[in-house]
Write a protein that binds this ligand. Structure first.
Ligand code: SF4
Length: 310
């Protein structure tokens, strides 16, 4: 995957929290898996991954505004052959109509906000399928190119999402790993999504060596998201992707940070720490074990025994 940055990211590239995510490192590893989530073997028609019975993922394209070095889909990102043609969109819609067990569809890629016209067209068709109850879009565009949210095409997409979210739950999942990504411009773009689309905003984060495996960094990140109206949803242990294993952190250290965060963040601002398993279990939460707290033990002892807190 070639290096690709936006003018916005170039303006904040001096932050190690940004540069480590985007700038090629001569020490990139060679280990890891090409397709760690085994998506390719579950691609039932071009662009549609049907891996879990009631959920499906659509890759609208392989295009992103910038290329994240640690991307799970590093093998595909930037390849123009991932753009979906009209007949390929028809094939996806036809598969989803035939498979009424699929209730929850996520649009990803690539970044669906980078191709707002195709994404809008796709959403219109998906919203008409009665068996689909929930729609989601994953994006990183507010952090990579907040200016894009001033375009008419994105306005139209946000209006489309608003129309759909009045009849079906709609989630926008923002992938963010470091508080330095949340510039004033990016927060303004995120707030615009919230105000204009009425979708529920959630965040996804990946533990990344050299970027955010640190209590203060993540405490600041989740608080900033929470205060901007985004609910921290998941924090992933980094997938073992071919060529980027240097980003994969130590699980015990990550657990320790999650235990500490539990004491400082309010419940809504506290994401679930998970691993994305390649098998049928999908995303699975880590057991954080016994949590040490400073609560009054005498007062809380019975409750703490019940929930395994000492
Ligand atoms: S924006 Fe998402 S899909 Fe695109 S390169 Fe980054 S992590 Fe991968």
């Amino acid at each position: 995957m070639r290096e690709k940055l936006t003018p916005h990211l170039r303006g904040i590239i001096n932050s190690p929290g940004i540069s480590k995510q985007y700038v090629k490192d001569p020490n990139d590893s060679i280990g890891g898996y090409n397709d760690p989530l085994m998506e390719d073997s579950h691609e039932v028609v071009k662009g549609l991954i049907h891996k879990y019975k009631n959920r499906a993922l659509i890759k609208v394209s392989y295009q992103c505004a910038a290329h994240c070095r640690f991307c799970t889909r590093i093998r595909q990102i930037g390849d123009p052959s991932g753009n979906l043609a009209d007949d390929e969109i028809k094939n996806i819609i036809s598969y989803l109509k035939r498979h009424s067990e699929i209730e929850d569809v996520i649009l990803s890629g690539g970044d669906p906000f980078l191709t707002p016209n195709i994404t809008g067209e796709m959403l219109s068709k998906l919203s008409e399928i009665e068996s689909i109850k929930v729609l989601r879009i994953g994006t990183r565009l507010p952090l990579q190119s907040p200016k894009s949210f001033k375009s008419l095409a994105i306005d139209n997409l946000l209006n489309k999402i608003k129309e759909i979210s009045s009849v079906k739950p709609f989630y926008v999942l923002i992938h963010v790993n470091h508080p330095d990504e949340l510039t004033n411009e990016s927060i303004a773009a995120i707030k615009k999504i919230k105000q204009k689309s009425s979708a529920t905003l959630l965040s996804q984060t990946v533990f990344l060596n050299g970027v955010n495996i640190d209590f203060n960094t993540l405490n600041s990140l989740f608080k900033t998201l929470y205060f901007a109206g985004v609910t921290p949803y998941y924090i992933y242990h980094c997938d073992s992707v071919k060529g980027i294993e240097q980003y994969v952190g130590d699980i015990e250290l990550e657990k320790e940070i999650m235990r500490k965060l539990r004491d400082t963040l309010s419940g809504i601002a506290y994401p679930t720490y998970i691993a994305d398993l390649e098998n049928e279990y999908g995303k699975y939460p880590f057991d954080l074990g016994i949590i040490k707290t400073t609560h009054n033990k005498a007062h809380k002892s019975k409750l703490h025994t019940e929930i395994n807190i000492t």
